[in-house]
Design a protein around this ligand. Structure first.
Ligand SMILES: Nc1ncnc2c1ncn2[C@@H]1O[C@H](COP(=O)(O)OP(=O)(O)OP(=O)(O)O)[C@@H](O)[C@H]1O
Length: 341
């Protein structure tokens, strides 16, 4: 379990003080995967580096499985840090060492004997699917394979939690998917708790149970992935959602369509996905639904359906239709347009 309590981090430089992280609270329960998403400069890297105290928080407390890292003297902190594995965007492999040695060297430095080192290297290379590459050097590997070595290196120390600092940002979409599948597998099979930072909504979509949206050092919105994808409230969250699904229509088109009814975004989740609700409102309220965009988003813990619909009809009846949809468990958001854009 990872707990951050009111964590803040300030940097002092010649040009003044930068408050990179402000009063952040995070709680990742055992076996869960949580993700922090934000644009460049939001403070994500600083935040994740505060978890293993690569950056010492200016304020606040950090706990790993109940042990407060922020109160430990340095020798104890070094030991406890071994319980926190980390993977990076740039992989951080030793170029002059083989795949085997990249995993073995940190274990030797931690004092494990030769047999234990060999056992662990073989076990974790197998888990990441790279047994046949153990004599290769990093420059003989693809980006995805390099990240697999880095993951095996982190896991070989048998950490209790894993931190991921933009681990897929340097990878193409297909390789990203395979690394995310690997993270899901190790989470499932080894029960490892994961906290990751990313600027890619598809990473959140695919593997996270819970999401934090970060901006200017602050968590501006947080929720389970399902709730966040169903009812986003903060404009930044909505912007990130727009990056994975066609959700945006121009203001002038919305304004034009609103003359003859209402343009509404309907988000279906759980039971409401199985009902023919648009056909029902059409009959009950004499409105004609015209679907403008539609998509299905598959999350780690469920499916969310999104439809932007033009409900054509009498204004009062359109309102009633929207209320009816809400009563059936559909999240609705009326889109307002203006004609001068
Ligand atoms: N060592 C440092 N000294 C001074 N300011 C820093 C330092 N590290 C980060 N910052 C500042 O803190 C803020 C947050 O940076 P951070 O790298 O944590 O953001 P980020 O969300 O990870 O962005 P990116 O994805 O671009 O790395 C920025 O304004 C940055 O300039």
């Amino acid at each position: 379990m990872i707990v951050l309590e009111n964590v803040s981090k300030e940097f002092n430089s010649k040009s003044g003080t930068v408050k990179a992280v402000k009063q952040v609270n995070i709680r990742v329960n055992q076996g869960e995967i949580h993700g922090v998403i934000g644009y460049s400069g939001a403070g994500k890297s600083t935040l994740i580096r505060c978890v293993n105290l690569l950056e010492k928080p200016t304020e606040g407390k950090v706990f790993i499985n109940g042990v407060e890292l922020t109160s430990l003297p340095l020798p104890k902190l070094r030991k406890t840090r071994n319980k926190v594995g980390m993977i990076f965007q740039g992989f951080n492999l030793l170029k002059t060492a083989t795949v085997y040695d990249n995993i073995a060297i940190p274990l030797k430095l931690l004092g494990y004997n030769k047999d234990e080192v060999k056992k662990r290297v073989e076990q974790y290379l197998d888990i990441v699917g790279l047994t046949d590459k153990h004599t290769n050097y990093p420059n003989q590997l693809s980006g995805g394979q390099k990240q697999r070595v880095a993951i095996a290196r982190a896991l070989a120390q048998e950490p209790e939690v894993l931190l991921s600092d933009e681990a897929t940002s340097a990878l193409d979409p297909e390789t990203t998917d395979s690394i995310l599948d690997l993270l899901l597998k190790i989470n499932r099979e080894l029960g490892i708790t994961i906290l990751l930072i990313t600027h890619e909504m598809n990473v959140i979509q695919k593997i996270c149970d819970h999401v934090y949206v970060m901006e200017n050092g602050v968590i501006v919105e947080q929720d389970t992935a399902i709730n966040l994808f169903t009812k986003p409230t903060h404009p930044t969250t909505k912007k990130f959602l727009n990056t994975i699904s066609q959700r945006n229509l121009s203001n002038s088109l919305i304004a034009q369509l609103n003359v003859t009814g209402a343009v509404s975004r309907l988000t279906f989740v759980g039971e409401s996905t199985g009902k023919p609700l648009l056909a029902e409102v059409s009959q009950k309220f004499n409105v004609q639904p015209n679907i403008l965009t539609a998509n299905i988003i598959e999350l780690k813990n469920g499916i969310v359906g999104n439809i932007v619909v033009h409900l054509i009809g009498d204004k009062e009846q359109v309102k009633n239709a929207i209320h009816y949809l809400e009563a059936q468990g559909v999240a609705t958001e009326e889109l307002e347009g203006h004609s001068h854009e």
